[in-house]
Design a protein around this ligand. Structure first.
Ligand code: ADP
Ligand code: ADP
Length: 221
C-alpha cells in the first residue's frame, strides 16, 4: 500500500545532510506501523512524502500503486482524499465549533450539509467526543483537540491514516486515548502510520520502523 524505493531527501536550504538517506520500506494494506526515532530523524519528512507535501530528491514513493514522487499538481487532491492526515501544523479553526471543523473536509468535496453533519457526528462519536460537538476548540483539552483532528482526518473515510507525533505535549492518559482512537480505525481495516519520538507510546505488538539521522535502522522489512 505504501512503498519507498531507495528514497533520499535533501532539503535545498540544508548544507549537506540528508533528511532521508536511501530509505526502502513496505507497509501493507491494513497494517499498523509506528515510526520511531529522535527529533530530526526524518519521520515527518517520510510522512510528507506519502502525501506529496514533499518530494524525494531521489528514489520513488508508491502509494496505492501510484508513483506519488512524480505526481502532477492536479493529482494531489485525489491522492489526499485517500489519506487522513494528522499533522502538527493543521490547527482547528478556533472560531467554529467542533462539528463545523469536522464537517469541513466533506463540504470542501461537495457533500450536502445534512449528510456532512451526519457523517461528522459519526466521526466525533468514534473518537468519543460527540457530546462536545457544539463546543469551540478552545474549550477542549489538548488531547480532546487532537481527537477532533483525528475525527476530521477520518471523516472522508480514507484508506490510510498518517499521524505525525499525535501524542506530542499530551499527558499519559490523554495520549492513551488518542492512540486508542487511532487503533480503533486500524481494527476496521485502515492502514495507520503513527510517528513518535517517545518510546513510551510505542505499542509493543505493532511493527516499529526506527529512523536515525535519516536512515532506517530497524523494521523496514
Ligand atoms: P522528525 O520528524 O523525525 O523530527 P524531520 O523529518 O522533521 O524529522 O526532519 C529531518 C531533518 O530534515 C532534520 O534535520 C530537519 O532539520 C530537516 N528539515 C525538515 N524540514 C525541513 C525544511 N522544510 N527545510 C530544511 N530542512 C528541513
Ligand atoms: P503548494 O500548493 O504551494 O505546493 P503545499 O500543498 O506543498 O503548497 O503546502 C504548503 C505547506 O502546507 C506544506 O509545507 C505543508 O507543511 C502544509 N500542507 C499542505 N497541505 C497539507 C496537508 N494536506 N496536510 C498537512 N500539511 C499540509
Amino acid at each position: 500500500m505504501i512503498e519507498f524505493q531507495s528514497v533520499s531527501k535533501k532539503y535545498s536550504d540544508s548544507a549537506s545532510t540528508l533528511a532521508l538517506a536511501d530509505v526502502s520500506l513496505n507497509i501493507a494494506k491494513g497494517e499498523l506501523v509506528y515510526l520511531a526515532g529522535p527529533s530530526g530523524a526524518g519521520k515527518s519528512t517520510l510522512m510528507k512524502m506519502v502525501a506529496a507535501i514533499e518530494r524525494p530528491t531521489s528514489g520513488r514513493v508508491i502509494v496505492n500503486g501510484q508513483d506519488v514522487s512524480r505526481i502532477r499538481k492536479a493529482g494531489i487532491p485525489f491522492l489526499r482524499r485517500n489519506l487522513g492526515l494528522i499533522f502538527q501544523n493543521q490547527r482547528l479553526l478556533n472560531d467554529r465549533h467542533i462539528l463545523a471543523n469536522v464537517m469541513l473536509p466533506l463540504l470542501v468535496t461537495g457533500a450536502h450539509a445534512a449528510q456532512a453533519e451526519q457523517r461528522a457526528r459519526a466521526a466525533l462519536d468514534k473518537v468519543g467526543l460527540l457530546d462536545r460537538a457544539l463546543a469551540l476548540p478552545m474549550a477542549l483539552s489538548g488531547g480532546e483537540q487532537q481527537r477532533v483532528a483525528i475525527a476530521r482526518a477520518i471523516v472522508n473515510r480514507p484508506q490510510i491514516i498518517l499521524a505525525d507525533e499525535p501524542t506530542a505535549n499530551l499527558d499519559r492518559a490523554a495520549a492513551d486515548k488518542v492512540i486508542d482512537a487511532l487503533h480503533a480505525f486500524h481494527s476496521v481495516g485502515v492502514t495507520c502510520v503513527i510517528s513518535s519520538h517517545d518510546d513510551e507510546i510505542l505499542d509493543k505488538a505493532a511493527r516499529v520502523i526506527r529512523l536515525e539521522h535519516g536512515h532506517v535502522v530497524g523494521g523496514a522489512a
